[in-house]
Design a protein around this ligand. Structure first.
Ligand code: AHG
Ligand code: MN
Ligand code: MN
Length: 333
């Protein structure tokens, strides 16, 4: 089979030049972060950094390493005028951005970082926004709904490093050839199976779930004689990128809904750099993403680090889960 690199794929697809620069830059971040992860255990870099981020979460040394890689390469890309990261409180303006700079990169440099100390899978997630200006970027410029994203992607650092990209139309998957240090096309037009029989949720939160979440999962657990009429399997990787990559490959539904424990913050996962980019990818692959009652991509954001409940994956499975939200008595979002 002829080998198609990310670069040749972008040429063949006529990806617009600024977007191609951003995709190439994120791919380079993925390669550099992969290398950092490969040596982290041996060099004792897989532990805590001794600091907390803006959300009060303990930072790992590699959260900071990955963040710095994105900032350095993003600033050099020439097309970004601002960056927003899970690890930074405010918008990070790109100093001396060139005249072509009109995009913002909103990103989670390392997702699932609690897996670092156990050599588990982690990822990076990014969203690309067209803010139409090179300088003076404000929160209002960046607080766009998910439907306005011009592109999104993630990198999964598993046994192999995988890059998944979308411009909102279709989804393309690349694998890293570590010897050649380049991403190679694995699959174009990735589609999520409409139905599946696998769910992903942190079951330890059972006692905090709202009634609709409890109802859906209890019915999944009741197997083929229950109301859903089929047996379900369960998986939980503790890294959204790893869980959603599995779902992209073979279907299923991932749930991190708002519950009693997260309602004060509006949920657990972050809208701008976790839920929105993943929802753009999953919808472009024929799947769906909802809070239970609202399409994730339609939410009007009010804060860079806003959190949200999310039910995402195979379309029929998400619709089934959301039906419990339509049917059960409130309170829930
Ligand atoms: P991050 O490491 O960027 O803070 O994100 C971790 C997120 C997400 O990737 C994962 O699905 C979830 O947190 C895991 O949550 P639990 O601690 O409840 O397993
Ligand atoms: Mn994350
Ligand atoms: Mn993170």
């Amino acid at each position: 089979m002829a080998r198609t690199t990310l670069e040749s794929w972008m040429k063949a697809q006529s990806i617009p030049a600024p977007l191609a620069r951003i995709f190439a830059m994120t791919a380079d971040c993925g390669i550099e972060i992969s290398v950092a992860l490969r040596v982290a255990t041996a060099s004792g870099q897989n532990g805590k950094a001794g600091s907390v981020n803006v959300q009060g979460e303990e930072q790992k040394a590699l959260d900071i390493v990955a963040n710095d890689i994105f900032l350095r390469r993003g600033a050099a890309s020439g097309v970004l005028s601002a960056m927003v990261s899970e690890e930074l409180e405010d918008i990070w303006p790109v100093e001396a951005a060139g005249p072509d700079a009109r995009y913002a990169l909103v990103f989670d440099p390392l997702d699932g970082s609690s897996n670092l100390e156990v050599n588990g899978a982690v990822g990076s997630i990014f969203s690309v926004l067209d803010i139409g200006k090179a300088a003076g970027v404000t929160k209002e410029d960046v607080l766009q709904t998910g439907t306005q994203q011009v592109a999104a992607g993630y990198i999964l650092y598993g046994p192999a490093t995988v890059l998944v990209l979308t411009t909102g139309e279709s989804v393309t998957m690349f694998g890293l050839d570590e010897v050649a240090a380049e991403f190679v096309l694995v699959e174009d037009g990735v589609q999520i199976p409409v139905e599946a029989n696998e769910f992903a949720i942190n079951m330890s939160r059972y006692h905090q779930w709202y009634a609709p979440t409890r109802g859906f999962i209890e019915d999944c657990l009741s197997g083929k004689d229950g109301p859903l009429g089929k047996p379900y399997n369960m998986r939980w990787c503790a890294a959204m990128v790893a869980d959603l990559h599995r779902i992209l490959c073979r279907g299923g539904v991932f749930l991190y809904p708002e519950d009693e424990g997260t309602k004060a913050r509006g949920g657990r996962l972050r809208l701008m750099y976790e839920a929105n980019p993943m929802s753009l990818i999953v919808e472009a692959a024929g799947g769906a993403a909802s809070t239970g009652t609202t399409r994730v991509l339609s939410i009007e954001p009010s804060d860079l680090h806003q959190r949200v409940g999310i039910i995402i994956g195979s379309r029929a499975e998400v619709e089934t889960a959301c039906q419990y939200y339509a049917d059960r008595a409130r309170p829930y979002p």
